[in-house]
Design a binder for this molecule. Structure first.
Ligand code: KE4
Length: 429
């Protein structure tokens, strides 16, 4: 790996204008140390930094790039689209096309609203749930992350978990009072909340497979338990599929686990790498959204033609037969190889994986919720991360994030990665 003189200079300059030198906290490498490479280009499974270093990329912009960087059909369509302008602030057929594709993939989204981020999607879905049920409280799960809307920054996962901030300053106490936090994979704890607040809970919002404390799969019966409890007590079940949507399967986690949520939040992949989010669900609920109904939500760049174009082209590729089987084969080979390398190096680790989402936890015990995720040795993870980075592998710079395998990762990429993992682990001993 070449000396990172350019990235170091750029990082110093960035810190003059941007808090921490970044526009999203996890990018600053606080959890793993060192200078974050400043990226100048992405191509397929690779990213390239300002010092000319090349990396095999397992962040993929935190999920959107399931086809890899600059996927040719996406680039071609975007080039044609941008010639027609970048934004109109008026309805376009593109929004119908993408919404129709999403609804066909996930029939629970009978109607939806396209927005510009996952945060906006989750924030709006919760406002709608409160309006529909005329209740104020919501339930989320420790280690779950649904964007940075005030009411959701209660023991958040993702960046908050990494930064060790249990609640963010600036969130009014009254908001926190309406946000109840339960342990993931513990439907009994949710039942107790409903028993305590039988007519006050508007919604339960859950990452059906959590990616924001690292990857943690739902125990058998957990999601069904949430579905039964919310139906029984008149609350809405909201699946936050910003990461899992079109990632785990073309129909998302709701297809894999056979659960029909009342509302779903989407983002990332449906925009193909451009700013996007969506929330949708039962028509009767969505008909409350302005201008049809009284629940206000708006956005200058909602349904932006460029994001729609990139999303449509991405979903066209994903709906082709065999794509998810190919992703599964590569992800399984990667996880299996890491497990083998750890055993040979005598390092205890636990791999959380569902489809092409995986996390290498530096703990011997199974990770089933935020408490067990926090047992992981974050210092050892940081050394593992830096060893991989020096070997040209760009792993997510936090123990509490997911690595993403794309269709652009070749078998050779996986083999090169496993070679680097073997060396990285053996030097931890
Ligand atoms: P955005 O506002 O970042 O588009 O989406 C928020 C969000 C909502 N729901 C889930 C399940 C999410 O994972 C996210 C955002 N994910 C993080 C990665 N864990 C984005 C990366 C970052 O914060 O820089």
């Amino acid at each position: 790996m070449k000396e990172s003189a350019h990235s170091r200079r750029l990082f110093r300059e960035a810190q003059k204008y941007l808090p921490g030198g970044v526009d999203s906290p996890v990018r600053a490498f606080k959890a793993v140390g060192g200078t974050p490479p400043f990226i100048v280009k992405g191509q397929g499974s690779r990213i390239y930094d300002a010092d000319g270093n090349e990396f095999i990329d397992y962040v993929g912009s935190w999920g959107p790039l399931i086809l890899g960087h600059a996927h040719p059909p996406v680039v071609k369509a975007l080039k044609q689209a941008v010639e027609r302008g970048t934004s109109y602030g008026a309805p376009t057929e593109l929004e119908i096309t993408l919404a129709r594709m999403i609804s066909a993939a996930m029939p629970s989204l009978e109607m939806m609203r396209l927005v510009s981020s996952g945060t906006e999607a989750a924030m709006s879905a919760l406002r709608l749930a409160r309006a529909f049920t005329k209740r104020d409280k919501i339930v989320k799960f420790a280690g779950g992350y649904h964007g940075h809307a005030d009411g959701l920054l209660a023991k958040g996962g993702s960046g908050l978990a990494t930064l060790g901030i249990p609640d963010s300053p600036g969130v009014p106490a009254s908001y926190a009072r309406n946000t109840l936090v339960a342990p993931y994979n513990n439907a009994g704890a949710v039942a107790r909340l409903f028993e305590r607040y039988p007519e006050e809970i508007a919604a339960v919002i859950v990452e059906p497979v959590v990616a924001n404390m690292g990857v943690v799969a739902p125990h058998p019966g957990f999601l069904t338990g949430l579905r039964d409890l919310t139906s029984q007590f008149g609350a809405l079940l909201i699946f936050d599929e910003v990461i899992t949507g079109f990632r785990l399967a073309y129909g998302g986690a709701q297809a894999i686990y056979g659960i029909t949520p009342d509302l779903t939040c989407l983002g990332k992949i449906i925009g193909g790498g451009l700013p996007v989010g969506a929330y949708g669900g039962r028509r009767r609920i969505m008909e409350m959204v302005a201008p049809l109904g009284p629940v206000y939500q708006a956005g200058t760049l909602s349904g932006n033609p460029l994001a729609m174009t990139a999303g449509i082209e991405t979903l066209k590729v994903l709906r082709q037969p065999g794509v998810y089987q190919q992703l599964e084969a590569k992800s399984s080979a990667l996880a299996g190889g890491i497990k083998k390398a750890a055993a040979e190096a005598g390092i205890s680790l636990y791999i959380g994986r569902v489809a092409s989402l995986l996390t290498v936890f530096f703990t011997a015990k199974a990770v089933v919720d935020y408490e067990s995720a926090r047992q992981a040795d974050t210092k050892l993870f940081a050394r593992f991360f830096q060893n991989l980075l020096s070997a040209g592998i760009y792993w997510p710079p936090s123990q509490f994030e997911a690595a993403f395998v794309s269709t652009a990762h070749t078998d050779k990429d996986i083999q090169l990665t496993l070679g680097a993992v073997k060396t990285a682990l053996s030097s931890l001993g």
